[in-house]
Design a protein around this ligand. Structure first.
Ligand code: HEC
Length: 461
């Protein structure tokens, strides 16, 4: 049987793949969510002629796996929004391009694949790109003043503060975002800020927002999930909510991409209330390091951290954060009964800062109390790293700009019950204090530091 099948494949006359039958469905799923009018990519790839016009470039990027942008390796747990071509699919594209990109007839990819990827319930067809895919929101809030993305330069990170001014806590099943200019924005991470700090940063800089990422403090970056272009924002499972205390602001860390002309933008955020009376909040647990300090030339700088999950929960998503020098992110789960092998959660071998997001698992992963989650992050500060912002390389430390690094992963957990929620929150605070102490010890070890210049660690709240 095996032999006959193999022989049959070899004998099969190699008819070139056909656009509508073989390729349109692939492009429809993997490319047009971003490469269509009103989405983030600079040109459309919605039909055969549009793809044929760029056939060589398209093939080159797909072969190098630069497009579609998707960093996680297939070895981890299945993720929502996965975009990855199989070897066979890449081969199909290669043969089509080599055969001169033939198009017999030409339905657009969307027609070929059935219904469009966006729900369009609340929009006229002409307004598709601007519809809210999850339907009419309960609350819409926008940035209170404009910000202009510069014409030139590298991708940049900016945090916008959405002043919710709510006197009641909000329990949400989804947070969505849209930007008045679609092409400048790739990703956004949502963080709740009950402290008013983000607002102060915002007021201190002209224009909306400020030029920093969200921090690994008590309010952790990405702790309310993320938005990413070309993908419909997933809702939370029933019984859970993103919890925003009364009076809090919503920080939105956005990854912006200059497009050759100054581009003024306004950001709108849509909030969808969760239903049900006994809702549990998605609870964050942070991992990583705040003593990251990479010598110039070091090509395999490694951060390791581990947390013990203190109570039964399901792991909804992980949110890694790092900048340009990061090369790899690896996460594993080790059961408390010491089961011999670790289960891979997330593996990224080519970290691309512009595309980082909350990675949400297709099925939230059941985690028993006492399970360990291990994190490894690798950084390359040599001149062999094409993304190194400095040549010759410089010493790089913790910070938020392109000239600094970060090493953090937030675990977003669905606690089993209120006691589990409290245990996870306590573990998160303990980890925060531990990292501040480590930073304190590290700081004191630096030459030329006066001990009295160091602020005491904040007390546990
Ligand atoms: C998640 C959104 C997204 C998806 C999905 C996506 N692209 Fe892109 N693509 C972009 C963006 C944004 C750019 C502009 C360059 C940048 O910002 O990195 C781009 C640029 C490109 C370019 C031009 C690159 C250059 O150097 O000028 C090509 C070619 C391309 N994409 C092909 C594809 C193909 C083929 C697919 C599907 C297999 C695809 N893209 C899927 C967002 C996407």
């Amino acid at each position: 049987m095996g032999i006959t099948l193999a022989a049959w494949i070899i004998v099969l006359p190699s008819a070139p793949p056909d656009w509508s039958r073989d390729l349109a469905p692939l492009f429809s799923v993997q490319c047009t969510p971003c490469h269509s009018a009103g989405s983030c990519a600079p040109f459309a790839l919605e039909n055969g002629p549009e793809v044929r016009r760029r056939a060589q470039q398209v093939l080159a990027l797909v072969e190098k796996r630069q497009m579609p942008p998707w960093s996680p390796e297939p070895s981890g747990e299945p993720l929502i929004g996965l975009r990855r071509w199989t070897e066979q699919e890449v081969d199909l594209l290669r043969r089509w391009v080599e055969a001169g990109a033939p198009i017999t007839d030409d339905p657009t990819p969307r027609e070929a694949a059935g219904p469009p990827h966006r729900a369009e319930a609340n929009s006229a067809p002409t307004d598709r790109a601007h519809a809210w895919p999850l339907g009419i929101p309960d609350v819409v809030q926008r940035t209170h003043e404009p910000y202009t993305v510069p014409a030139e330069g590298t991708d940049l990170v900016r945090t916008f503060v959405i002043r919710l001014n709510q006197s009641e806590p909000l329990m949400l099943r989804a947070i969505d975002l849209r930007c008045s200019s679609t092409q400048v924005i790739h990703q956004a991470l949502f963080t709740v800020d009950p402290s008013g700090t983000a607002r102060q940063f915002d007021d201190a800089e002209p224009g909306a927002g400020y030029a920093l990422a969200s921090d690994m403090g008590i309010a952790v970056g990405g702790a309310l999930g993320s938005w990413s272009c070309g993908r419909t924002t997933p809702e939370l499972p029933p019984g859970y909510a993103w919890f925003i205390p009364a009076g809090s602001d919503l920080s939105v860390e956005v990854h912006l991409h200059p497009i050759g002309r100054p581009e003024p933008i306004e950001i709108e955020v849509a909030l969808y209330r969760a239903s049900g009376s006994e809702l549990l909040p998605v609870t964050a647990l942070a991992m990583g390091s705040i003593t990251i300090d990479i010598p110039p030339g070091e090509s395999a700088y490694t951060i390791r951290d581990e947390v013990v999950i203190p109570a039964a929960a399901r792991l909804l998503a992980v949110v890694p954060t790092a900048n340009a020098l990061c090369r790899e992110v690896k996460m594993e789960m080790i059961r408390s009964d010491g089961a011999a092998h670790a289960r891979p959660l997330l593996a990224i071998k080519q970290w691309i800062p512009a595309w980082h997001q909350a990675y949400r698992f297709v099925e939230p992963i059941q985690i028993e109390r006492g399970t360990r989650v291990a994190l490894t992050m690798k950084y390359d500060n040599s001149s062999a790293n094409p993304r190194n912002p400095f040549d010759p390389p410089r010493r790089i430390q913790l910070g938020h700009g392109a000239d600094s690094e970060q090493a953090s992963v937030v675990l977003l957990l669905l606690p089993q019950d209120p006691a589990a929620k409290s245990a996870i929150e306590a573990e998160h605070r303990a980890g925060f204090i531990r990292r501040i102490r480590e930073r304190d010890v590290w700081y004191r070890s630096q030459p030329g530091i006066r001990p009295e210049a160091i602020a005491p660690p904040p007390s546990s709240r």
